[in-house]
Ligand binder design. Sequence first.
Ligand code: UDP
Ligand code: MG
Length: 314
Amino acid sequence: MNIKISGKILSVVLPVYNEELNIESMYNALFEIINQLDAVHEIIFVNDGSSDNSLMILRRIAEKDKNVKVISFTRNFGHQAAITAGLDIASGDCIITMDCDFQDPPEIIILMVEKWLDGKKIIYGRRSFRHDKFFKRITAKYYYKLLYKASEIKIMGNIGDFRLIDKSVAVELRQMKEKNRYLRGMVPWLGFSYDIVDYVRPIRLKGDTGFNFLKMMRFAMNGILNFSLFPLRLGLVLGVFIIVTGFLFLLYLAIRFFFDEQFYKLLEWLAVVNYILIGFLFILIWIVAEYIGRIYDEVKGRPLYIVESKINLL
Ligand code: UDP
Ligand code: MG
């Protein structure tokens, strides 16, 4: 394949959280790919509060190569904030976001650029297979099914944050200031023309994942709650069901009372049923609280991230 994008600017954005073992090889791999494309380019590393030597390594690379730009946060603000920071400053005609652990294979960039040259505004990387642990594979599968059903815009499954977006998409994306970010939903929400590149997702090259179970759960919740009001409507479904069955039960008791002169000792039954219903009520209150918490976050209007230092950037 011999694709060149001479004369166009390519930006690559990589969030970095404790990736000291991967940065150097990632940079080398990207350098090679970009050379093949013959593109004017910038590689933007966003250091998301790493506690290892990531920043030092980035500094060294950026000193040698002025096309490498670094934004460093004051603390860990999360993967979505890191990508957003990169997108905010990227000046490319097309911008690629990808992980810094080789789980998004750099050679796929060429296929993405090729589709971009065909005129599509967004190119998603889709994981046709993932070499992740069984638990992650199975939860991801059902999560994406649920998300697809629940969300008002169709968020396709197995698509992460490995994507290419055109400059025009980035301009619109920057207008979306929401605090609880779920870029996997925000980008399709924009509605631009898109294409897909399938790839096999390998395991991370070195180091450990920056996501623990809780962080992953919160991220997954963002997907559903930010793109669907369905959970809020659960109360209606449950309420209607309980009222209808409750009335039927009441009718049954009344008939037995008037026609069979039958008396029930219902207290125990009712206590149990009430107990269960209170459990449901708590869950519904929690769902409402999740939305309120998000409203609270938005209303505070805090910035998404705080930058401590920049390298090769104004
Ligand atoms: N990352 C980040 N901030 C975090 C967690 C992760 O910037 O709080 C980066 C990380 O360095 C990597 C990418 O986001 O480049 C994906 O993270 P990771 O590989 O840990 O997630 P996984 O692939 O296990 O879902
Ligand atoms: Mg990873």
